[in-house]
Design a protein around this ligand. Structure first.
Ligand code: PXP
Length: 240
């Protein structure tokens, strides 16, 4: 069975914030993405609010009919917002102010003392927690040890590989991490850098139950519309 498709609509908000006007509205984009077959909507509320705003999260929580996945850093401010908005899922990510997009997974091993109570607080609030990690076995084990519900495996190395050999090696690391995650009882998600061209091999992995894809879908949606862009991604995820 193909994994769920979570559509990340951050870049609809990026376009809006370029002029600080009401349009395009990520809420409308979320509705169209669901009509196109999205199984969930993902937004990253960054501490600098460079794209998604608090108002978006509040409205999306009421409007999204599938599942709302809130990506965020594990800070007191964000934990408070999540526990108030109560999305279906929170994905904890590292955040650096100067980065263009999330660079690399969380270092769960190094930060477990800080992450463990955050995971507990969210899970006790009825929100499943996924940790965005590089395909590294120690990180997956630590995610399990601190009681996360899921890991999202960072597919950037796979997406950025320059040749077939590099891509094959990166895919192998993702497979090993995904298998270990499932063996430990974690739900396994994947995302970052996935495109219409490279998604199929990742979507075919039976251990993976959810993909989160943003940039490439929004890039196509600007040209062909959101519904069609999502429908085409679902098609690209199907086994040949
Ligand atoms: N998963 C995580 C944790 C992310 O931070 C991002 C980017 O916001 C994505 C998935 C989606 O990546 P992309 O925009 O490259 O599809």
């Amino acid at each position: 069975m193909a994994p769920r498709l979570g559509v990340n609509i951050d870049h609809v908000a990026t376009l809006r914030q370029a002029r600080r006007v009401p349009d395009p509205d990520p809420v409308q984009a979320a509705i169209l993405a669901e009509l196109g077959g999205a199984d969930g909507i993902t937004v990253h509320l960054r501490s600098d609010r460079r794209h998604i705003q608090d108002r978006d999260v509040e409205i999306l929580r009421q409007v999204v009919k599938t599942r709302l996945n809130l990506e965020m850093a594990s800070t007191q401010e964000m934990l408070k917002i999540a526990l108030t908005a109560k999305p279906h899922q929170v994905t904890l990510v590292p955040e650096r102010r100067e980065e263009l997009t999330t660079e690399g997974g969380l270092d769960v091993v190094l930060n477990s003392v800080q992450l463990k109570p955050a995971v507990k607080m969210l899970e006790e609030g009825g929100i499943h927690v996924s940790l965005f990690v590089d395909p590294d076995l120690e990180q997956v084990k630590e995610a399990h040890r601190i009681d996360a519900h899921a890991v999202e495996i960072n597919t950037a190395a796979y997406a950025d590989a320059r040749d077939g050999g590099g891509r094959e090696a990166a895919l192998r690391r993702a497979v090993d991490a995904a298998r270990l995650g499932r063996k430990l009882g974690l739900a396994v998600h994947a995302g970052h850098g996935l495109t219409y061209e490279n998604v199929r091999a990742i979507a075919a992995l039976p251990e993976i139950s959810e993909l989160n894809i943003g940039h490439n879908i929004v890039a196509r949606a600007v040209l062909v519309g959101m519904e069609r862009a999502v429908r085409e991604m679902r098609e690209a995820m199907r086994p040949r």
